[in-house]
Design a protein around this ligand. Structure first.
Ligand code: FAD
Length: 462
């Protein structure tokens, strides 16, 4: 006879950005929780995403500043160099601390049973983990995603790297060819250029980070090219072949050299959800055509009592959106609130140097709404703090609804842009007119102090 399933009040699959905090709230409310993880505790952000990449970005920034030391009157003895083994060891330490911190937190959590293994649905409220059967009225899926590896010609015949491999590299590639000119690809491109690699970024569309406004794309391209990164856009004939020196990447159909030969190839062409091996069909949980779990405004799936949180629901692709999914579900299920995911304002950053802080609509999106707009734009060369730091690349831009005076969106591509954008993000979340900035007294010297000036100088969009 089959063993009966172990009963819990809740099952959580995945220890990424939503799962562990949710386990904390549920167990604190007296619920029994089974927490399942098949690989590294902490998921993508801790192990192969934000944390290691931002650690490496910091090392790359140090390398860059060492090269620029003389500009600041700082004298270094000899040519600064990069010890990639020490760079990698620094990232590995931060990964390990994050991972073990979450693992020991969950292991020591009263009311939480931690299971290590691959979870699969066998029914709407039934899960199997390596032969063990579990059941619960509430199940939370927080399985995240992984690098997408599309079926490109020749790709199966050549070695390639993804973000998972990149954060483990302890040597500097001779020539890194980055396939994909979006957020993940550009961060790796700039950091490895600063570590000493030759770098080529290959992008299928006509410009880098094509979701952003054209002026943002153009400025980022200029910044990267000034550091010696080759950028190849319109690479519509992408194919791969083995080469004596590594991998030959066919790039151009029409313009430029048709082929780039790299020692290493990084695939950074998007992410796909970890939902293909989860048994969702057995549970009747619906997904969209790309495998993202379909959820309603309260993050509940097509099966009542089963929720999809984080990257796997396609409603966000960031650590803060995954964590916010936890906040929404916990507030609604435990605190009697009525919090909807559609209330969330999109905000994010690209951690190139200088970084891009973004919130809300792009200018192009705002123009599509056909409402009267006010637009303000200021180069970072007119921001005192940037001048003092000799980091004047980029610009700040804000788009406002001329009738309601509500900020619709903003971009700060410049030093401190990832932090300064929060001044605008907070005002948007408060849902107050941007005229509130008129009486603000910002701190000098900061990037943020120019936000009231930026707003005061806005002009009607033509
Ligand atoms: C290179 C890179 C850089 C990034 N930088 C940033 C950044 O700077 N800022 C930012 O906000 N976001 C960044 N992100 C995105 C961020 O990492 C993700 O949005 C975030 O980690 C998503 O969290 P999650 O909880 O949805 O899933 P994940 O963190 O992916 O966690 C999912 C977990 O589920 C486990 N799992 C999957 N399937 C199963 C199963 N069947 N059974 C058991 N366990 C399972 C996985 O092993 C994993 O531990 C970056 C991503 C990458 C790749």
């Amino acid at each position: 006879m089959n063993d009966p399933a172990r009963r819990f009040d809740a099952i959580i699959i995945g220890t990424g950005q939503a799962g562990p905090s949710l386990a904390g709230r549920l167990t604190a409310a007296g619920r029994s929780v089974a927490m399942i993880e098949r690989r590294h505790f902490g998921g993508t952000c801790v192990n192969t995403g934000c944390k290691p990449t931002k650690t490496l970005v910091a090392s790359a920034y140090a390398a860059r500043m060492a090269q620029r030391a003389a500009e600041y009157g700082v004298v270094l003895d000899g040519t600064p160099g990069v010890d990639m083994k020490r760079v990698q060891a620094r990232a590995a330490k931060i990964i390990q601390e994050g991972r073990s911190g979450i693992e020991s937190w969950l292991d020591g959590m009263d009311g939480c049973t931690v299971l290590r293994g691959h979870a699969r649905f066998t029914g709407p409220h039934d899960i199997e983990v390596d032969g063990a059967k579990l059941t619960a009225p509430q199940i939370f899926i927080n399985v995240g995603g992984r690098a997408s590896v599309p079926d490109l010609p020749g790709l199966g015949d050549v070695p390639y790297l993804t973000n998972t491999d990149m954060v483990e590299l302890d040597t500097v590639p001779g020539h890194l060819v980055v396939i994909g000119g979006s957020y993940i690809g550009l961060e790796f491109a700039q950091m490895f250029r600063r570590f000493g690699a030759r770098v080529t970024v290959v992008e299928k569309s006509g410009r880098l980070i094509a979701r952003e406004d054209e002026d943002v794309s153009a400025a980022i391209r200029e910044i990267l090219e000034a550091e010696g990164i080759d950028v190849r856009t319109n690479a519509e004939c992408l194919s791969f072949a083995r080469h004596d020196d590594g991998v030959a990447v066919r790039v151009g159909c029409t313009e430029g050299a048709p082929e780039v030969v790299g020692t290493h190839v990084l695939l950074a062409i998007g992410r796909r959800p970890n939902t293909d091996d989860l048994g969702l069909e057995a549970a009747g949980i619906r997904t969209d055509a790309r495998g993202y779990i379909t959820v309603d405004d309260f993050l509940e799936t097509s099966v009542p009592g089963v929720y999809g949180l984080g990257d796997c629901n396609g409603r966000g692709a960031f650590t803060h959106t995954a964590y916010n999914d936890f906040e929404i579900v916990a507030a609604n299920l435990l605190d009697g609130q009525d919090w909807k995911v559609s209330e969330r304002l999109p905000g994010y950053a690209l951690y190139t140097d200088p970084p891009l802080g973004r919130v809300g609509m792009t200018e192009a999106q705002a123009r599509q709404t056909r409402r009267p707009l006010l637009i303000g734009k200021r180069p970072m060369s007119k921001v005192g703090r940037a001048v003092e730091k000799a980091e004047t690349l980029g610009f700040m831009k804000v788009v406002v609804d001329a009738q309601t005076q509500r900020i619709l969106g903003a971009a700060i591509l410049g030093t401190g842009g990832d932090e300064a954008i929060h001044g605008l993000l907070d005002i948007m979340n408060a849902n107050v007119p941007c005229t509130v900035f008129q009486r603000a007294v910002p701190i000098h010297p900061t990037v943020s102090e120019l936000i009231p000036t930026l707003l005061a100088e806005m002009k009607p969009a033509t």
